[in-house]
Design a protein around this ligand. Structure first.
Ligand code: SF4
Ligand code: SF4
Length: 309
């Protein structure tokens, strides 16, 4: 086995291109390499890339497209089942780690998108969002820091750590949020569409004279209460135990809301969280960016082909 100090026999620029080609061929819309030193500086202790993979040299971030155009017509209650595409992103990242090991012999790993078992239910092992932001494939929006891309709108992100050294990319120079129409709404009512239509009213912020983000506030607890249903389970079980002691029954486990949770458990993890898409449903970048959905992407590809000399 090659010792890490011996390095890996790959031209970094050609290797980066081969990795990007692999990811795009398998469905990624955007791929970038984050500056490792910046991540190490910004991420809190315990959540830096080297805390997970001590010999990591590069952090690759990729984004896959969000919903189909048709999905935005579904009522909120149905979006949990067909609104998310994150599993596609994880599959591409998983394959990418295998691809790098096979092609370049460099130890690599798909970064688990999961919460840190030692830090409670709202702290991830790694911030995939930070990886993507530093890699230049998304910028923080007013909608709870959801990343937006000027071309692809709302994407789901996944990351790969590798010992292969790759040249890093830069964060985006311009943030597409707020969109011009959001600035107009803010000037008129003091809120942007995501702030206005968030059912938990957990978003607020200010836009400066130049139409850029000045300050942004996101009440994560209020959003999580509505969207992260797994957090309700301990409460339901505690109430059921109390009920069992008091009345020799545990009816709370069988009420209609609880039964829906048990259904979602058996239907798969996607139904457990990200129940709410309302901030993105009204976001002009998420829904109308030039390549935000398969219809728009196909139209753009067709017109690019027609305009070729
Ligand atoms: S996901 Fe829903 S609750 Fe959370 S910020 Fe967006 S609109 Fe608000
Ligand atoms: S609706 Fe979208 S673009 Fe407009 S402020 Fe909210 S997140 Fe930004």
């Amino acid at each position: 086995m090659r010792h890490p100090s011996e390095g890996f026999p790959a031209d970094p620029i050609a290797a980066k291109q081969a990795i990007f080609d692999y990811c795009k061929k398998r469905g990624a819309l955007a791929v970038g390499v984050a500056d490792l030193a910046a991540l190490e500086r910004i991420a809190p202790p315990g959540h830096r890339p080297t805390d997970l993979m001590p010999r990591v040299k590069s952090v690759i971030s990729l984004g896959v497209g969000g919903q189909t155009q048709g999905a935005w017509q579904l009522p909120a209650k149905a979006m949990a089942y067909s609104g998310s595409t994150e599993v596609r992103g994880y599959t591409v990242a998983y394959g990418c780690a295998f691809f790098i090991e096979q092609k370049f012999g460099a130890p690599s790993v798909y970064v688990p998108p999961d919460i840190d078992p030692e830090s409670g239910p709202r702290v991830p092992l790694q911030s995939l969002k930070l990886h993507a932001e530093i890699a230049g494939i998304g910028a923080r929006s007013f909608a709870g820091d959801i990343l937006l891309h000027p071309q692809f709108g709302f994407m789901y992100y996944a990351s790969v750590f590798t010992e292969l050294e790759l040249p890093p990319d830069q964060p985006m120079a311009e943030n597409p949020c707020p969109a011009p129409s959001c600035v107009s709404m803010y000037r008129s009512i003091g809120r942007t569409p995501c702030m206005k239509f968030c059912p938990a009213q957990c978003l607020s912020g200010e836009i400066d004279d130049a139409g850029k983000q000045k300050s942004s506030r996101y009440d994560m607890a209020a959003c999580a209460e509505l969207t992260q249903e797994y957090e309700a389970v301990p409460k339901i079980l505690a109430e059921a135990v109390r009920d069992e002691n008091r009345s020799h029954g545990a009816d709370r486990l069988l009420d209609p809301d609880s039964k829906m949770l048990w259904y979602k458990v058996s239907a798969g993890s996607g139904g457990w969280f990200a129940q709410c898409f309302e901030c993105m449903r009204v976001c002009p970048i998420a829904t109308q960016a030039p390549q935000a959905d398969p219809i728009l992407r196909t139209e753009e590809a067709r017109s690019a082909a027609a305009n070729k000399p």
